[in-house]
Write a protein that binds this ligand. Sequence first.
Ligand SMILES: Cc1cc2nc3c(=O)[nH]c(=O)nc-3n(C[C@H](O)[C@H](O)[C@H](O)COP(=O)(O)O)c2cc1C
Length: 228
Amino acid sequence: MSRHLCDDTDARRLLNPGPVAIVTAAWRGMVNAAPIAWTAPLSMAPPLVGLVIHPHRHTADMIRFSEEFAINIPPPALMKQTAFLGSQTGLNTNKIEAAGLETFSGMRIDAPLIDGCLAWIECGLQDVIAVGDHTLFVGRVVRVQALDEAYAGQWLLKDPAFSPLTYIGGATYASIGRARDAVVQTDAQGALIIETAEEREQREEEEARERELRQAEGDEGFEEMSVR
Ligand SMILES: Cc1cc2nc3c(=O)[nH]c(=O)nc-3n(C[C@H](O)[C@H](O)[C@H](O)COP(=O)(O)O)c2cc1C
């Protein structure tokens, strides 16, 4: 398993499918981590990303004081740890240790990076903007790393173990599934062709395969019953 350096602008692609982020910060010898679902790519040049955090969170104070943060993007294997980090404040406890997570040093900032994640975005704090009851922390991306198995210019989504985790709500998470390319074609009138001839052929083949599978399963079930 190895990590590779990405371009700073890759930060916005890494955030494309809305993966849940574990945000880490360090200040005066303390470290903290909290899951943050409200993330957004904000600008390409300069590369800026945003975190929307409630001002009561300890993470919000840590970012304000240290003026930097890291976004760690966890795989499904770290779902429980992610939920744990979001279940309590790190004001008086080292949640990273309590969650059994290992860290490694960032390349440009002091915030720790979480081992076992798929990608890491190191940021300096560029701006703090009040938005309703939350605060938008604008980060200037200073370093981006990702696992080869997970990301190559965009999320690969080939192996569910190396696909990002999305937060649905409550205790529910989903892993981002199969990647598909959208083929946008229009007819003579400029209207979208919902299903191209190729796509129809592909769909019919898939449906036929499924029918055969169901039939075969049905036959097997019948054979089993007749043996008994
Ligand atoms: C999956 C998940 C996503 C969350 N997303 C956000 C978010 O976008 N913004 C926010 O302010 N809090 C969010 N929270 C809540 C904080 O993570 C939670 O309050 C955490 O305990 C704060 O820890 P801290 O006080 O150590 O910063 C989320 C919680 C979970 C479980």
